[in-house]
Design a protein around this ligand. Structure first.
Ligand code: DC
Length: 231
């Protein structure tokens, strides 16, 4: 693959397979993969553990000043784990308790300013794949390749249900559907950087696509991007 490193921004609805694609791309290209959603989830975990009143401006600002986030590569997962103040938060951030509140936290202006500044810093050296909701619109508006992913809502519900059921047999399909619908609603209607497709992003509906087909297609796009850049 080309040595010319670019930024790949992947946005889309919850449970569209953004992280699966982003991770596979990063492994193939030797890029860094950053899951920006993990940052909002770790912040939510901190808020829940410390009973931060999410509607209290002063409390939120104080809490953010006590949060330090970092990513450490995990060989086993072939992706980075997120650390919240030196604790590996990865085992806790996908809990339903966090999923139920994360969109609310991610809608807070100060939270976004804090997270976006760190994300932009991580992209300085290029060679990065980042997935989220505002990567192509706000974090990296100049990214060389932007994808906007979507899939049939029922396909997304079943994908997320299967993933969660592996570690939680008490979870129901209805619970997962409710959480996804609510998060999509909050993510697309919030005032601060709502989820939307950047004008120059390529729409990718993967409802009927295998992971392999999708990866191959996007690797071709990356190749085209790198070639065009050199001309
Ligand atoms: O990608 P995810 O489902 O782990 O993201 C969790 C939540 O964080 C999601 O409901 C919306 C929010 N988010 C965001 O607002 N902006 C991002 N760049 C990434 C995630």
């Amino acid at each position: 693959m080309s040595a010319h490193k670019i930024i790949i921004a992947i946005d889309g609805y919850s449970s569209c397979g953004k992280s699966t694609l982003a991770k596979a791309l990063a492994v193939k290209l030797g890029y860094n993969y950053i899951d920006s959603g993990a940052m909002y989830r770790a912040i939510t975990l901190y808020f829940l553990r410390n009973n931060v009143a999410m509607t209290n401006h002063a409390e939120v600002i104080e809490a953010i000043s006590n949060i330090n986030l970092s990513f450490v590569f995990n060989e086993h997962r072939q992706a980075s784990d997120i650390y919240l103040n030196d604790e590996n938060a990865e085992p806790y951030i996908r809990d339903m308790l966090v999923s139920d509140r994360v969109s609310e936290v991610a809608a807070i202006k100060e939270v976004r300013t804090f997270a976006v500044a760190q994300q932009q810093q991580m992209g300085k050296k290029k060679g990065i794949v980042m997935d989220g909701r505002d990567i192509g619109t706000t974090v990296f508006p100049d990214a060389e390749l932007k994808l906007f992913m979507t899939a049939d809502p029922e396909v997304r519900v079943m994908r997320r249900f299967k993933e969660l059921y592996e570690t939680n047999h008490a979870i129901t399909i209805e619970e997962v559907r409710h959480n996804l619908e609510l998060r999509d609603y909050i993510d697309t209607t919030r005032e601060e950087s709502p989820l939307r497709k950047a004008e120059d992003a390529t729409l990718l509906d993967n409802s009927l696509m295998s992971r392999e087909e999708q990866l191959e297609m996007v690797l071709e796009m990356v190749k085209d991007c790198a070639t065009n850049k050199k001309q």
